[in-house]
Design a protein. Structure first.
Length: 119
C-alpha cells in the first residue's frame, strides 16, 4: 500500500507528467500535491466542479455506473481525473505534457496508483 506522498511520486514518474494532486471532491480541498506549471489548489477546486457535474448528469440520466476517469484534452496538455475505486469522493488529478506522454500508459499507471493508495 502507498501513502499520499508515494502515490504522487508514482504519478510524477509517468513520462510527460508535470503535476499531480489528490483531491477531496466533497470539500474541493487538495490533500496532497506535487509538480509545477499550475496552481494545484485552484485546479483541485475547479475539477471538483467537473466531477460533481458529471455525477449530477449521470444521476439525471438514471445511469447506475461509476466514473473510471475523466479526460480533458487541451492543445498542449492532458488532464486526467480519476476518482478512487474504494473512495469515489477522492480523486487523483494528473497533468501531462501532451507531446511527451503516452495517454494509454498514463491511464494504466493512474489506475495502479488508485489500487495501491491507502488513505
Amino acid at each position: 500500500m502507498a501513502n499520499i506522498k508515494d502515490t504522487l511520486g508514482n504519478l510524477l514518474s509517468i513520462d510527460g507528467a508535470k503535476a499531480a494532486a489528490i483531491v477531496d471532491s466533497e470539500s474541493g480541498m487538495v490533500l496532497g500535491k506535487e509538480g509545477t506549471g499550475l496552481d494545484l489548489d485552484v485546479a483541485g477546486a475547479g475539477n471538483t466542479e467537473v466531477v460533481r457535474a458529471k455525477l449530477k448528469t449521470m444521476k439525471s440520466l438514471g445511469l447506475k455506473d461509476s466514473i473510471d476517469d475523466i479526460l480533458i484534452t487541451l492543445s498542449s496538455q492532458y488532464h486526467v481525473i480519476r476518482p478512487l475505486a474504494e473512495r469515489p469522493s477522492i480523486f487523483l488529478y494528473l497533468v501531462l505534457d501532451k507531446a511527451k506522454s503516452n495517454l494509454a500508459l498514463a491511464r494504466i499507471k493512474a489506475k495502479e496508483c488508485d489500487e495501491q493508495l491507502a488513505l
